[in-house]
Design a protein. Structure first.
Length: 65
């Protein structure tokens, strides 16, 4: 079941890309924090957020089947 809505997806994609870009901007080991950007990107493209599922939340406006 998808629980990530359209606006939420856009925000997650932007946030994910910003975080991933830190890999190329920062120096040293701190730059690997940018790998955390993979999480919002994956949840945006799959349409499912495990944390939303845990708390029974949804930003998806489509009707539930």
């Amino acid at each position: 079941m998808k629980n990530v809505g359209k606006t939420d997806k856009i925000i997650r994609i932007i946030l994910g890309l910003v975080l991933v870009s830190l890999i190329f901007i920062l120096q040293g080991n701190i730059r690997f924090i940018g790998l955390l950007g993979i999480i919002p990107l994956v949840t945006a493209f799959t349409g499912y957020c495990p944390i939303y599922g845990l708390f029974h939340l949804s930003t998806n406006k489509k009707t539930k089947e």
